[in-house]
Design a binder for this molecule. Structure first.
Ligand code: AMP
Ligand code: GLY
Length: 442
């Protein structure tokens, strides 16, 4: 339902994952998006009727600005963290182009764990006690670990694609993690490490739109970071997600929202003009919600379950976020249904994977009621017989989201749809959303 003035924006979305496909679908759902470009996009965005994939080098800021000027782009939405940390939003804003995504100064909240923890400490936001160390203070790092009997988490300071965090089970494991980081396991990203106390409790993500001053909290979601059922196996980018999070009590949600509002006030106090999503990763401890991390962009696959539940006009929300006018937006309209999103991955993920595998069943999955199929690592290529087909290009290939009145049904529909989508070596976790069935807050 579009009740407000039509914007008729031409929008450029930066990125190529399932998150970006969900953003494109969400924007396209509201008819203001006169035209959508995605750079570089994926097989799914390529198949969207009003969307065009463009081959831009996003590290070449001048080229991106020139593209925007040549195509009359009225809004750029930056999906992933790397171009934000690299200052793409600053370059676009300097050219007068509205951007959904923060500048490099605040992207350090995600790009540097030491910066984020110092920000949390300085502004008294609840988070685990920590210290930061470099190779020169390795002895002090080991002392910190021993003093806490190894109940610590060792984090490479910089971006490490989710692989730079070790939740240690022993002194030896923690020492080994710190040593490996100092010795270059994560390159420059790990030259500095943050070592913090290990917290206990379930995790929950709160994504909020921030327009420089005003914050608008989006529905809660929960990711499944480990590769295998029962939260076993290595960490991944995320194997599935669900929203809302029934185990979170109204009181806990209010506490998390309050922490995020204080974080936004702290950004303002620090003179940071933040426009985009601020993602708070929380652990619900006995002492209340504690911040584990900030991300400066939408989560993947959290976006694939959060955006389909937003009934308010996403074009207007994103444009208002970019231009500092969120306060004038009507209250957020939320779809009360449950959303469950199941990621379909390639054999070997999160390790190395083979690519170029033809994918079947995408169309059959998409027609099921309440189901959205978001492509991630896909492209469209022509086989030897001259037939166009969708093939894999990486580890997380697609995310199937189902909305339904109950988590039981959402799970059932998501898995029914996911079963249609197959390629050589395809697999998923089988327990996505199960936690939502068994845990209920008061
Ligand atoms: P981060 O990238 O900082 O969010 O860390 C990745 C994951 O490591 C989190 O999602 C948690 O599962 C875990 N983790 C991070 N910090 C802590 C902590 N202080 N205590 C327990 N687990 C943590
Ligand atoms: N799914 C976790 C993230 O996007 O950071």
């Amino acid at each position: 339902m579009v009740t407000q003035k039509t914007l008729k924006l031409t929008i450029l979305v930066i990125g190529s994952g399932g998150r970006e496909h969900a953003i494109v679908r969400g924007l396209d759902y509201f008819d203001e998006a006169a035209r959508l470009y995605v750079a570089p996009g994926n097989g799914g965005t390529l198949l969207e009727p009003r969307t065009e994939n463009v081959a831009l080098t996003v590290t070449d800021h001048d080229a991106v600005v020139a593209f925007c000027q040549a195509h009359d782009i009225g809004l750029v939405v930056v999906g992933p963290e790397a171009p934000l940390v690299d200052g793409l939003a600053d370059s676009l804003r300097a050219a007068g182009i509205p951007v959904f995504g923060p500048g490099a100064a605040s992207a350090r909240l995600e790009g540097s764990k030491a910066f984020a923890k110092a920000f949390m400490r300085r502004h008294d936001l609840p988070t685990a006690a920590y210290e930061e160390f470099t190779a020169e203070d390795a002895a002090a790092a080991y002392e910190f670990i021993e003093a806490r009997a190894g109940r610590v988490v060792v984090k490479a300071d910089g971006l490490a694609a989710g692989k730079g965090v070790v939740v240690a089970q022993s002194v030896e494991e923690a020492r080994a993690a710190a040593r490996a980081s100092f010795e270059g396991a994560f390159g420059a990203s790990g030259a500095r490490v943050v070592i913090e106390e290990r917290l206990e409790g379930p995790e929950c993500s709160l994504l909020a739109l921030v327009d420089g001053a005003t914050m608008l909290a989006l529905p809660l979601s929960q990711d499944h970071k480990r590769a295998h059922d029962g939260d076993a196996g290595p960490n991944t980018g995320g194997m599935g997600a669900y929203s809302p999070v029934p185990m979170i009590t109204a009181r806990q949600e209010a506490q998390m929202t309050e922490v995020m509002a204080r974080a936004v006030a702290a950004l303002v106090e620090d003179g940071i003009d933040y426009h985009g999503v601020l993602y708070g990763g929380f652990m619900l401890t006995e002492a209340g919600p504690q911040l584990l991390e900030f991300n400066v962009r939408f989560g993947d696959p959290e976006t694939q379950v959060v955006l389909p539940r937003i009934r308010s006009n996403l074009v207007q929300l994103m444009y208002a976020t970019a231009t500092g006018t969120l306060a004038q937006q009507p209250a957020l309209e939320i779809d009360e249904r449950a959303a469950v999103g199941v990621v379909i991955a390639s054999a070997g993920y999160p390790g190395s994977v083979q690519t170029g595998k033809p994918i079947s069943g995408l169309g059959r999955a998409q027609v099921l009621p309440g189901v959205e199929v978001y492509h991630a690592a896909t492209t469209v290529s022509t086989n030897e017989a001259g037939v166009e087909q969708v093939v894999t290009t990486g580890g997380r290939v697609a995310c199937v989201t189902a909305l339904a009145d109950s988590f039981e049904d959402a799970r059932e529909h998501a898995y029914e749809a996911a079963r249609h989508i197959t390629f050589e070596g395809s697999w998923s976790r089988s327990d996505i959303g199960l936690r939502a069935l068994s845990q209920k807050g008061e």
